[in-house]
Design a protein around this ligand. Structure first.
Ligand code: GLN
Length: 279
């Protein structure tokens, strides 16, 4: 079996099963089986796969056909130009979430103390630490997620302080300049409408906070003035129908300069605000 025919067969299997981007997926899985870069596939179409590579490729194709996301098979996902290790214990970092990073860097470029609530793989916390050189804290309710995030921080040489806790409970007054979060925000009722890849493979604690989807924002926005220094920023990713709900939570507190950032699809994706002096 050559590289070229392996690709062709993989492509056909994936395409027939209706898997999106079948060509790219076959290439990524074959690269993973061969432990090679993608350019190798094109420079060596006649190379013979050894038994081991063939076996692995077959297993990866099978897993993908069962609905497992490619990133959980290869155990990696790029985010803001860096490679993060991902396991089924953490949400796969989405490109849209880079808007959280961009917004934080724009609004609070000189933040010295930063907290990421619900850090998952650590993509946001690690990225902000490396981009800003700030002191970064990160929490997650899942101990397994914190283990993955800690591994990413170590591998990318970011200094992040991790704690396993629910939202920011147990964190003392933190004098933060910046609080960021991509919390779970999908309303429970929308579970059935999600893609199989998400619904059956991604951690439900990272996706569903409760019936409205606003449950974590309620707690986070209420707790944030305690954690932020006056003038500190909150930057949160939101679901596509949550702008009004999250804005109304912010109206109840000492928030100023509230803005919504839209993603490349034109959907509201990030809400940011500045904490006024607590009276
Ligand atoms: N953006 C994710 C999705 O659409 C949800 C992430 C989250 O709930 N924070 O699947």
């Amino acid at each position: 079996m050559t590289v070229e025919s392996a690709l062709r067969q993989g492509f056909k299997l994936l395409e027939d099963a209706g898997i999106p981007a079948p060509r790219l997926t076959a290439e990524v899985l074959l690269c993973h089986a061969l432990q090679r870069e993608r350019s190798y596939l094109y420079s060596h179409p006649e190379a013979e796969l050894n038994d081991n590579a063939w076996l692995h490729y077959g297993r990866y194709l099978h897993e993908r056909l069962q609905g497992k996301p490619t990133q959980y098979i290869t155990k990696k996902q790029e985010f803001y130009g860096r490679e993060f290790r991902v396991t089924p214990d953490v949400l796969i970092p989405r490109p849209e979430t880079e808007h959280v990073v961009e917004t934080a860097l724009r609004l609070a470029p000189r933040a010295r103390r930063v907290l990421d609530v619900g850090c998952g793989s650590g993509a946001i916390a690690v990225t902000l630490q490396l981009e800003m050189g700030a002191t970064v804290f990160a929490t997650d309710i899942s101990e397994a997620a914190v283990r993955v995030a800690r591994g990413n921080a170590e591998a990318l040489q970011a200094q992040v302080w991790f704690a396993v806790c629910d939202v920011a409970e147990g964190l003392a007054e933190a004098r933060l300049d910046l609080l960021v979060s991509n919390p779970p925000y999908i309303p429970r009722g929308e579970e059935a409408g999600l893609q199989r890849e998400i619904r059956e493979f991604e951690p439900h604690t990272a996706l569903f906070p409760g019936p409205t989807g606003l449950e974590i924002y309620e707690r986070l926005v209420a707790d944030a003035p305690r954690l932020l220094s006056p003038g500190g920023w909150i930057v949160m990713e939101i679901g596509y129908r949550q702008e009004e709900g999250v804005r109304s939570l912010l109206r109840r507190g000492p928030w100023q300069d509230v803005e919504t950032i839209h993603d490349l699809a034109g959907l509201p994706r990030v809400i940011a605000g500045r904490c006024g002096a607590v009276t």
